[in-house]
Design a protein. Structure first.
Ligand code: SAM
Length: 261
């Protein structure tokens, strides 16, 4: 057992029911390929491989590489398991036969990476067909709420897939225990949101700009990055009051604003 590094967001999951819930949500069979981000000491990897699926895992921590190589020596030999020692933010799936719509993304990753990973994979050029992620319980509840206030993550998840909460995972299920409870969030039927690749980038840029300063209204936030006349025109056409807050704008309206800009 290694000492957990805070800088890498290491909270290892030891609850077998939580691990099973994650794997179950993936609905995996021997025909499938899984991209696992941050395998850690391999607790989840072991169950993923037991489904017969091929697993490509990306781990940044040098100390974990020899442990994983030893634990999964047999699967590495038979090429059922491919271990990539890298920062996931530099990972290029094409080198490992990861193809758009033909893999499942599974990750218990540090929470500060969730948004970046979401944009890189689900909102990127090579999206998975399904993703199963551990996120903070409060964040998961916000994502599935029908009448809740929106966030960048809730809007981008709903734009590209269908989210569902699979299980609540108490903080005591991790070593060391984090300060908050988590949830297993599955995002099924991932699609391109009706955007071309370039439009997807604009959609994310618009969301990030709109939510940039919490105290400011969405319109003034957007005006900092996009031409003022275009932003005002978009709000007028969509009949959005000029003092609307970013969290109160619906997904459909964000998509329209992105198209205008
Ligand atoms: N999957 C294991 C589990 O469930 O017990 C470990 C989860 S732990 C929360 C996060 C893992 O992601 C750690 O193994 C950590 O080293 C790895 N990690 C953190 N940042 C990373 C990055 N940028 N790229 C790849 N792996 C990363």
């Amino acid at each position: 057992m290694i000492r957990a590094k805070k800088s890498l967001g290491q909270n290892f999951l030891h609850s077998s029911s939580a691990l099973k819930a994650i794997v179950g949500a993936g609905s995996l069979s021997a025909k499938d390929t899984v991209l696992e981000i941050g395998p850690g000491e391999g607790a989840l990897t072991k169950l993923l491989l037991a489904t017969g699926a091929k697993v490509v895992a990306v781990e940044k921590d040098d100390r974990l590489i020899p442990i994983l190589e030893e634990t999964f020596a047999e699967e590495i030999k038979t090429k059922k398991f491919v271990l990539v020692h890298a920062d996931v933010l530099d990972f290029d799936g094409k080198k490992y036969a990861i193809k758009a719509g033909a893999y499942t993304l599974i990750a218990n990753i540090p929470y500060y990476l969730t948004g970046l990973i979401f944009r890189q994979f689900i909102g990127g050029a090579v999206p998975p067909i399904r993703a199963v992620l551990l996120v903070q319980h409060e964040v998961a509840k916000r994502v599935v709420a029908r009448d809740g206030k929106e966030s960048i993550l809730s809007l981008s998840i709903k734009a590209f897939g269908t989210p569902r909460i699979v299980a609540k995972v108490p903080r005591t299920a991790f070593r060391p225990a984090p300060n908050v409870d988590s949830a297993v969030l599955a995002i099924d039927a991932i699609h391109d949101g009706g955007f071309a690749k370039k439009e997807k980038d604009v959609f994310f840029d618009v969301l990030h700009a709109g939510f940039a300063h919490k105290r400011k209204k969405a319109l003034s936030n957007l005006k900092e990055l996009f031409p003022k006349e275009k932003v005002t025109h978009a709000f007028a056409t969509l009949a959005l009051p000029e003092n609307t807050r970013a969290e109160d704008i619906s997904l459909a309206d964000w998509e329209s604003i992105a198209k205008f800009l």
